[in-house]
Structures are given as structure tokens and as C-alpha cells.
Design a protein around this ligand. Structure first.
Ligand SMILES: Nc1ncnc2c1ncn2[C@@H]1O[C@H](COP(=O)(O)OP(=O)(O)OP(=O)(O)O)[C@@H](O)[C@H]1O
Ligand SMILES: [Mg+2]
Length: 296
């Protein structure tokens, strides 16, 4: 039985089709990265999984329970880590965890709190008030709170959006440990690097649907090839190089101030300028070519 089983899911807001015939199956133990540009429908999908939004159509099963009918049972077995910090700053670290343990009717609250503190590496800060923690520690506590009832499935909506790189790296380590431990994870993100580092498989979402799904290395091999050549220079030169490459049947994408010629290994000698920077094809190449968006 898959942890998440979604078929033909739809959800509109007025005339906006936020989710438009989504199919998504997440097997047990998998970490799936849901990668998509702004407005692709990632958060709406997450909200339907947590029962915060009711689908217009399609079917939705989480851990074998049908949603929204059995949302309560499903929610008891899943952990949700919100994008925004909503910790209780008036009480200690361990009390934040204990409140949630009781909410989830965990039998041994003390043991659950100890376990969550251990995972988040906050055992020695358990008596601290939340407002005395660093930003990274607060984030780890938020994650620990989502894990208090030892959920089989963890939903992370943009777990590191807006965080500084050091805190992001800390969280990546934590999430990676959970993944290695066998927790099923669905993580939405628009950070390519986050998906590349953490996800066993990536589903690229655009306009409410999954348009490609595979391991990052497979997506790269299938959609972009082996290497990309980045060319820098004034706009007129870039336009010329782009035209010549496209004429030769290669795909080209914007890459900040540069252009990237994708599948550069297939270019005829002389086509790619000598000063081009060659690098391995990346998930970012896939994302930008498929969604037409600039990557972050
Ligand atoms: N409560 C709402 N009312 C009206 N429109 C909404 C609502 N929630 C989402 N939408 C619209 O649905 C579409 C999908 O939004 P959603 O938040 O799911 O995208 P997302 O993939 O999470 O984007 P982002 O990367 O910006 O978080 C957008 O066009 C958005 O404006
Ligand atoms: Mg979102």
C-alpha cells in the first residue's frame, strides 16, 4: 500500500485551477520532492493531504485512509511541519513538545519528548524558553514537534524557504537522517538544490499537474543529456550564439546573465564558443527547460 495515492485530483479557486488532474503515488519509505514554480499547486496539494482543503474531484488516500472522509485517522499518523514558525514562545522547548504529544494522545509522553529532542539535537536545551533559541534551533524544534508521535509519513511544505544557508544545511542533515531511517517524506520546494540533495525521486509540477517524475539523475539523462555549456557576454553575442545552437537543433536556456546550451556533448565541433564554461547537466537545466521558469 502506497503512503500517498492521488488520482485525478482537482481543486479550483474561482477560475483558477490550482490543482488540475493530479496523479501522484508515493511508495512507503520514499522521499519525494515536489518541485515547481510559484503557483504550480504544491501548497494546495499539501493542504488537501492534511485536510485543510477539500478537493473538488478525484481520489485521495493517505496511509490507506480515504480523504477527506477519514482525515482524522490519517492525520493521527502523519507529521506536518508548517512553513511558518508557530511555536509557543511562552513555554520551554520540552513543554512545546509535550503539548503536542498529549494532543496526539501519545502513551508515554516523557519518552516521546526525549526521543524528539534527541532527533533535533536539542536535549541540552530542553529547559530553555523558545525565544532563547537560535533560528536554526527553532526550526529543528518545529521539525521535532512534527515527529512527536513517530509518524509514518512526514509532510514538509517548503521546509527551508527564506532561511540562511547555514540553517538550511542543518535542516538538510536532519531531514536526510529521517529519510535514511525509513520515514516516508513528501517535501515541496522550489529550491533545486534541496530536491537534488534530499529526494530519492523528484516530481516536477506545473499548472496543477505532474509533468515529469523520476530520480534526479534519470530526469537529467532523459531531458537534458550529459553536459551543458554556459556562455557569457553582451546580449547581442548571446543572441547570436543562441541562434546558431538552436539552428543546429540544440536547446538553450537563460542562466542568469549567461545562456546555457543543453546537451552540449552533441554539438558539432566549432559550434560552442571556446570560452564557454562546460559543466555537468543539472536538475536546474531540467526544471528551467520544462517549466520555463528561472530557477532559485
Ligand atoms: N485560498 C486561495 N484562494 C484563491 N486562490 C488560491 C488560494 N490558494 C491558492 N490559490 C491559487 O492557486 C494557485 C496554486 O497555488 P499554490 O499555493 O498551491 O502554489 P504553490 O505551488 O504552493 O506556489 P509557491 O511556490 O508560490 O508556494 C495559485 O494561482 C494561487 O494563487
Ligand atoms: Mg506553496
Amino acid at each position: 500500500m502506497p503512503a500517498i495515492d492521488i488520482h485525478g485530483l482537482t481543486k479550483s479557486f474561482g477560475s483558477i485551477k490550482a490543482v488540475d488532474g493530479l496523479d501522484l503515488v508515493v511508495g512507503e519509505g520514499l522521499c519525494l520532492g515536489l518541485l515547481g514554480p510559484n503557483g504550480a499547486g504544491k501548497s494546495t496539494t499539501m493542504k488537501m493531504l492534511t485536510g485543510q482543503a477539500i478537493p473538488d474531484g478525484g481520489s485521495l488516500h493517505v496511509l490507506g485512509f480515504e480523504l477527506p472522509r477519514e482525515a482524522k485517522k490519517a492525520k493521527a499518523r502523519m507529521g506536518v511541519v508548517p512553513q511558518l514558525d508557530n511555536l509557543d514562545i511562552d513555554v520551554t522547548v520540552e513543554e512545546n513538545l509535550a503539548v503536542f504529544a498529549r494532543l496526539y494522545r501519545v502513551q508515554d509522553v516523557g519518552a516521546a519528548v526525549d526521543r524528539a529532542l534527541g532527533i533535533a539535537r536539542l536535549t541540552d536545551r530542553r529547559k530553555d524558553a523558545v525565544d532563547r533559541l537560535s533560528g536554526g534551533m527553532r526550526r529543528r524544534l518545529l521539525l521535532a514537534r512534527g515527529l512527536i508521535h513517530d509518524p509514518k509519513l512526514l509532510l514538509l511544505d517548503e521546509p527551508t524557504v527564506g532561511l540562511d544557508p547555514q540553517i538550511r544545511t542543518e535542516l538538510w542533515t536532519l531531514i536526510d537522517n529521517l529519510r535514511s531511517g525509513g520515514t516516508t517524506i513528501l517535501m515541496s520546494t522550489h529550491y533545486i538544490e534541496e530536491a537534488e540533495r534530499l529526494a530519492d525521486e523528484v516530481a516536477v509540477m506545473a499548472e496543477g499537474r505532474v509533468i515529469a517524475r523520476a530520480k534526479p539523475s534519470e530526469l537529467i539523462a532523459e531531458h537534458v543529456g550529459v553536459s551543458s555549456a554556459e556562455v557569457y557576454g553582451p546580449p547581442e553575442r548571446l543572441a547570436e550564439v543562441r541562434a546558431a545552437a538552436e539552428e543546429a537543433g540544440l536547446r538553450v536556456r537563460a542562466a542568469g546573465p549567461a545562456i546555457a546550451i543543453v546537451g552540449a556533448e552533441q554539438a558539432e565541433p566549432g559550434l560552442i564558443p571556446e570560452d564557454a564554461v562546460h559543466r555537468a547537466a543539472s536538475l536546474e537545466d531540467v526544471f528551467v527547460l520544462m517549466t520555463g521558469e528561472d530557477a532559485e
